[in-house]
Design a protein around this ligand. Structure first.
Ligand code: DAH
Length: 360
């Protein structure tokens, strides 16, 4: 066998043996690449005498064509085989249930949801959200809110006091969100329309009380804000929050040092078979405290009570959540039990909006 025949046989055998496209490419480079065996033969033609070049040129080019054709054929075959292999191994069972994403597993705590619902309703009424620190001074939590020193109302609050600091001042965990009223009046000129949602702390624990709980404070200050506006605002809120067309409210005289007059508000409901419904029935349920801001509070916060007046209210968010979503024990709110959260929690992308419905 001539050298050329042998080269052809070996190259064709190597092509046949290549198991994948990478292996085949290596064989091609070894034969037809710049420094390949067949390329070397073609390069050698230049050095031959014209007659010999004519004969050898035809022979070598024919060899090159046969080898190239074999490469192409093998490449197509390997491509098809690779595709066959993928089709055979990469099967997909479209009848399997879709895998749940983390979004489906996570839940928004009912308290966060209810806080959002409240902020959404009051935003629609033109209120912005104000916040303050959980650790407060005695002055903001009590003093500026017209609690006289040693007044028994301070005891009613079961306050958690902190150790005195270097200057001897005893800070405390705020017992209500009302100090945010003080901060707002000190920092903002009227007209003021804010709600202040946040945590509050009292040393108390049973089925409807926890040492840490949530309130939302409301404050409106301008030149004319009156009791009529307060009643309208609260009744609009209750209708929107409990998602009922009408709600009857009862204003009972009460006492808070920071409002005069002060009232507690009950809303009408029916209790049947352990279920509470709003906007119907003969029962009453207390939901909040409110009143006209006391002139002393206005004065303490740098506002002239002869020029400005306003109203305020405070609601327990935890209580609102329990009532709206039928959760019987407040303590479960803070147990971090995933089963509870799965049952009562909300889907992360279900934002409460007035248009789409708050709780749907
Ligand atoms: N701060 C009161 C409490 O925690 C609730 C309250 C009552 C707030 C009347 C008010 C108000 O702003 O006007 O018991």
């Amino acid at each position: 066998m001539s050298d050329l025949d042998q080269l052809e046989q070996e190259t064709l055998a190597a092509i046949e043996k290549a198991e994948d496209e990478t292996g085949l490419e290596a064989v091609r480079v070894a034969a037809l690449g710049k420094k390949g065996t067949i390329s070397a033969l073609l390069a050698g033609l230049g050095k031959m005498a014209p007659d010999e070049r004519k004969v050898q040129g035809a022979v070598i080019n024919a060899l090159k064509d046969r080898v190239s054709a074999a490469f192409t054929e093998r490449r197509v075959a390997l491509k098809e085989a690779a595709l066959e292999h993928r089709l055979a191994t990469e099967t997909l069972d479209v009848t399997l249930p879709a895998r749940t994403s983390p979004l489906d597993l996570g839940r928004i705590h009912p308290l966060s949801q209810v806080t959002e619902e409240i902020a959404t309703i009051f935003a629609d009424l033109g209120f912005s959200v104000a916040e303050g620190p959980d650790i407060e001074t005695d002055d903001y939590n009590f003093g500026k809110l017209n609690f006289p020193p040693d007044h028994p109302a301070r005891d009613m609050h079961d306050t958690f006091f902190l150790k005195p600091d270097a200057s001897g001042e005893r800070k405390l965990l705020r017992t209500h969100t009302s100090p945010v009223q003080v901060r707002t009046m000190l920092n903002q000129r009227p007209p003021i329309r804010v709600i202040c949602p946040g945590r509050a702390y009292r040393c108390d624990s049973d089925q409807t009380h926890t040492p840490m709980f949530h309130q939302v404070e409301g404050l409106v200050i301008d030149k004319q804000a009156n009791l009529g506006h307060l009643k309208w605002t609260l009744s609009e809120f209750c209708k929107a929050f409990f998602e009922v067309a009408d709600v009857r409210m009862r204003f009972r005289p009460s006492y808070f040092p920071f409002t005069e007059p002060s009232m507690e508000v009950d809303i009408q409901c029916s209790r049947k078979a352990g279920e509470i419904r709003f906007g119907e029935g003969e029962d009453w349920l207390e939901i909040l405290g409110c009143g006209m801001v006391h002139p002393n509070v206005l004065r303490n916060c740098g506002l002239d009570p002869d020029a400005y007046q306003g109203f305020a209210w405070g609601i327990g968010i935890d209580r609102l959540a329990m009532l709206k979503y039928g959760m019987p024990d407040l303590r479960a709110f803070f147990d971090a039990d995933v089963r509870w959260l799965k049952h009562y929690g909300f889907r992360p992308l279900d934002f409460p909006t007035l248009l789409a419905g708050l709780s749907s």
